[in-house]
Design a protein around this ligand. Sequence first.
Ligand code: TPP
Ligand code: MG
Length: 413
Amino acid sequence: MLCEPGAEAVGGGTRTAPSPMRETSRGEHPGRQYPPDSANQGVPASEAEDTVRLLGPDGELAATGPYASYVGHLDMEDVRAMYHDMVLTRRFDQEATALQRQGELGLWVPSVGQEAAQVGSAHALRPQDFAFPGYRDHGVVASRGVDLMQVLAHTRGVDHGGWNPYEHNCHFYTLVVGAQTLHATGYAIGVRKDGACGTGDPTRDEAVIVYFGDGATSEGDVNEALVFAAVNKAPLVFFCQNNQWAISEPVTRQSIVPLSRRGDGFGVPGVRVDGNDVLACYAVTAAALDEARAGHGPRFIEAVTYRVGPHTTADDPARYRDSAETDAWRARDPIARLRRFLERRGTTGQDFFDGVEREADALGERTRRTVRGLEAPPLDHFFDIAYAEPHPLIDEERSWWATNESSPAGGAR
Ligand SMILES: Cc1ncc(C[n+]2csc(CCOP(=O)(O)OP(=O)(O)O)c2C)c(N)n1
Ligand SMILES: [Mg+2]
């Protein structure tokens, strides 16, 4: 199936038609088969029959099924790039967690366990596509080329955003649960109005992807976004990482059917994927983005994964979940699974794995050094960047803060 660079890619490097996420005349699509609900009745959703999986737990690649052709054009260099991004994201995450514990960051939101969902889906994006992450999506922004050090400025509280969204076609983090789905919908409707999708030229057509969690699916914002995206045929992929928990609320409190069906009533086709299988995440996202770019409207993906760490560094998951559950998911580690695949293939030498480790060590060192060197900007900076043009209310607030800052009580910070 996958081959070394220069060797022939299986499937001739092309994708089969029709897309598994193409709607039929009855408004259905072949990738959607719902068995009697297995999401919340004892069968782990990642093991359910209708969950798309290409990499088995032992790293064996299944070359069949409607999504297999979506990885047919990848070569092993592409897969090694995904492994690289997953390992570096995890190391960054671990360093940032430690730095928060040392008081260097205000808060940290770990992504451990979700690297395959984030990196696999983000690698399916083209440069012209636009991503709207949530607040846990370090693997997404790293894959888009954002320097992870810019995430730290945000969590150290010295910057409101972190980076310029247009530099990498990647919006900054949104902490208001689900709000980014509305931002993404508006952006995607704009793409459609600009005639930048559905032109028939896949090298130019644009799509948008938005990331959110299982808990967010219960938010009004997400449901409103689905309405607007559907009726406006927005070129948007809703990528839901079902990591089983919304802080202390289990996914069983969000839905009694698989979340991949959340789009049904809105006319948005959905698919469920093993979120710990980076190749399956790549494949289903590539299929959904193709549909969006072609002007066929939004698609919904539920990536079944697990939040191995706490919700944030302010949370203690031992108070609400069983450690046996976490252990079971640790055994499904997405990085170990991909490594088994690379090792089975036999064409990736120890040199590669050692090189990635060395890069991870260097990133860890850079993370520690960068955080400690991040200084708070002068307060005026935040007023300067609020609007492009001067604004009377901002001026009023600026002078209030200036007075307050210099007050005898020491002022607010
Ligand atoms: C509108 C809103 N309500 C509540 C919160 C507090 N809050 C932050 S994260 C979170 C849980 C979100 O869970 P989920 O959507 O599953 O995403 P995850 O954190 O698991 O990635 C909540 C309730 C918030 N930030 N915004
Ligand atoms: Mg969640």
